[in-house]
Design a protein around this ligand. Structure first.
Ligand code: SF4
Length: 651
């Protein structure tokens, strides 16, 4: 059998340098099967990580078809399930004999896709997959294996696969598996598995995952750090739940402090702040744990009890102070809309976080009622309404009306001074000289930005003939227009694009002269919502400042023509599109821009590509100007370089 793994990434609003889409699950299944000599008759591979992460829908389907696998195995999560099902369906239409296997935390009997008709999968595995995968490769009848769902199939369960009791069989995902370090140098890793807590909203323990701990042997931890140092890893991001519950915590940290040295690699871990004594904080920092996430969720005791969590405020505060005293950064989580919580409870929670000096680092989100969790099973009893599709956020509770829940995120942003939505400047490509231009990610054929001069017949033909077969999942397209009638080619081209890539997050820009009819944007705003199969990002980012943050529309104006733009026209334009001024770099840095009244703080400033590549010294100057959050570049590498520089100077 030829099996190909696929893991689609967390959707982002613009192309990111790294998104953390490491192929760890696929690697674990493969390595575990290899450890048990179960691979002999099979060819197991994964779609390369860069392709999984960057490629648009059509590009993914083409790439899989070229490899002609017998089975495609998807890693399914809340952020990729809808897209995974779409890709699976597209593959089955193209290659009717292909089989689709699903696994990952999204697989649960109450998931929206499990019980319908004509599901585009042949089996779905709930819970830890390593042992099930081994059994399937060894030819065990899927209908006899517990936790394996077969659509419309009869089950006669006789095999009950265990969860693995040690992580030794899944060692080296970055060397022997399919995972690759991304450009930010972050390595994702599991040093142990298992959790003794039972938070009702969590999927980790809900699928019957064991509460005994599966540990990675110490010698393998040493090898992991040796490899990470050799490969210049910038951070080790631990996937372990609540790190403090390791049964060998003190011994392990002492060992880690020796293993993780010369140079020490910063570690990010999750833990319960209540458990951190001063002694433990010292051990953590010595071992390299420099940044922790801690789930406070709420201080409301009714809500905490309802979801089976506990909180001792004194101990939590003391743990935070201990972590702060040794210089460990803390990211607290707050969940809005837990059963029994109230708007007052949220305010009290935010006050508590503020008093501890954690406000700016808080991560605030609406409670998700995930498939397979106890919270979902009890939702009716609690009177909770929630989205039936990802991200399954709470819509209303008896204590919190729908509108109030929406408002709460805005309140949290204001009170904590944090952002619940990433502020993403667009990535665009405009051209002063060419009829058509395409920008690709370095070393790949994946295209993330297009430019078509539709004022020319040739440019319109280019747009109409573009297949968008190599398009990135996050993409921008700028069309130059001088008359409204040129829109016809754009309408057809855009419709074809969204049909081929319905899960793309796109930015559609128009380079137009001053006073251009604004009907253009009404037309485009209706086309861009065609084939919009997922509301995941729209739902997740209600504070984005746009109702369609995943499909944005831009108007690109030449700043040298700004004196021809009337204030009224600009005002109306900003109602239907985001404004991007195309400017020469010199105007930003010589102070002229500050005197130009046409530019508002919500506008973007596109640095004319004639000035590329922009040297570091210029980027540093730009990052010190009042326009540093508005600047965008024609080249995504320059944009990433600039954002890194700006973030460094901000901190
Ligand atoms: S939220 Fe964290 S601590 Fe709670 S059950 Fe899940 S993994 Fe364990």
């Amino acid at each position: 059998m030829k099996i190909l793994f696929l893991q689609l990434p967390v959707p982002t609003l613009v192309p990111q340098k790294s998104v953390g889409n490491h192929l760890l699950a696929a690697s674990s299944l493969f390595l575990h099967a290899k450890f048990h000599n179960a691979l002999s008759d099979h060819e197991v591979d994964a779609l390369p990580q860069e392709l999984c992460t960057r490629a648009g829908d059509l590009c993914v389907v083409d790439a899989i078809s070229t490899k002609s696998p017998d089975i495609v195995a998807f890693t399914c999560t809340v952020w990729n399930i809808e897209r995974s099902l779409f890709i699976a369906e597209s593959l089955k239409k193209r290659i009717p004999s292909i089989k689709v296997w699903l696994g990952g935390p999204e697989i649960a009997s109450d998931a929206f896709f499990m019980n319908g008709e004509d599901q585009p999968f042949d089996l779905a595995v709930e819970g830890e997959g390593e042992e099930v995968f081994r059994l399937l490769l060894q030819g065990v009848d899927p209908s006899s294996i517990d936790r394996v769902y077969i659509p419309a199939g009869n089950k006669n369960v006789t095999v009950f696969p265990n969860a693995i009791d040690s992580l030794c069989s899944i060692h080296e995902p970055f060397i022997d598996g399919f995972a690759e370090m991304e450009a930010d140098g972050v390595i994702l890793s599991e040093l142990f598995r298992g959790c003794r807590y039972g938070c009702m909203f969590c999927r980790y323990t809900a699928s019957g995952a064991k509460k005994n701990f599966a540990l990675r042997p110490y010698d393998q931890v040493t090898e992991l750090f040796n490899w990470s140092r050799k490969n210049d890893a910038g951070e080790l991001f631990l996937l372990d739940p609540s790190f403090e519950q390791r049964p060998d915590l003190h011994e392990f940290l002492q060992s880690l402090s020796k293993v993780n040295s010369n140079p020490q690699i910063p570690i990010f871990a999750e833990l319960r702040a209540e458990s951190v004594t001063r002694e433990l904080a010292e051990l953590l920092i010595k071992a390299g744990i420099q940044h922790v996430e801690t789930g406070l969720q709420t201080v409301n005791s009714v809500a905490l009890k309802n979801v089976k969590r506990s909180l001792n405020r004194e101990k939590f505060s003391s743990g935070v102070r201990n972590l702060q005293a040794v210089g460990i950064k803390i990211r607290p989580d707050i969940m809005i809309g837990l059963p029994g919580d109230t708007p007052d409870g949220l305010r009290e929670t935010m006050d508590f976080i503020k008093k501890l000096g954690l406000a700016a680092d808080a991560q605030v989100f609406k409670t998700q009622v995930l498939p397979g969790t106890s919270l979902r099973k009890e939702a009716h009893r609690f009177g909770i309404e929630y989205e039936q599709r990802p991200p399954y956020q709470v819509l209303a509770t008896p204590q919190w009306r729908n509108e109030e829940l929406g408002e709460s995120l805005f309140d949290a942003e204001e009170i904590l001074g944090t952002r619940c939505t990433p502020d993403e400047a667009p990535v665009l490509l405009c051209s002063q000289k060419k009829v058509k231009e395409i920008a690709r990610f370095h070393n790949t054929t994946i295209e993330y930005a297009y430019y078509f001069d539709c004022t020319q017949q040739q440019g319109r033909e280019f747009f109409l003939n573009e297949t968008f077969a190599n398009t990135s999942v996050t993409v921008s397209m700028v069309c130059k227009l001088s008359e409204l009638k040129q829109i016809n080619a754009v309408k057809t081209g855009l419709s074809l694009f969204y049909k081929a890539n319905p899960f793309s997050n796109s930015i559609i820009g128009f380079e137009v002269p001053p006073g251009f009819p604004l009907d253009l944007f009404d037309i485009v705003n209706s086309i861009k919502m065609q084939n919009n199969y997922s509301s995941y990002i729209q739902s997740l980012y209600p504070t984005a400042g746009s109702d369609t943050p995943h499909r944005r529309t831009m108007a690109c104006l030449n700043i040298l023509d700004s004196h021809h733009c009337s204030t009224d026209w600009l005002c109306e334009l900003r109602e239907v599109a985001e404004v991007v001024w195309i400017i020469p770099l010199s105007i930003v840095t010589d102070g002229t821009l500050g005197k130009m009244n046409c530019v508002e703080s919500v506008d973007f400033l596109y640095i004319d590509r004639a000035t590329d590549p922009v040297p570091d010294s210029q980027l540093r100057r730009l990052s010190a100007t009042a326009f540093k959050y508005q600047v965008v570049f024609s080249d995504v590498s320059t944009q990433w370089r600039f954002v890194e520089m700006r973030n460094k100077s901000d901190s």
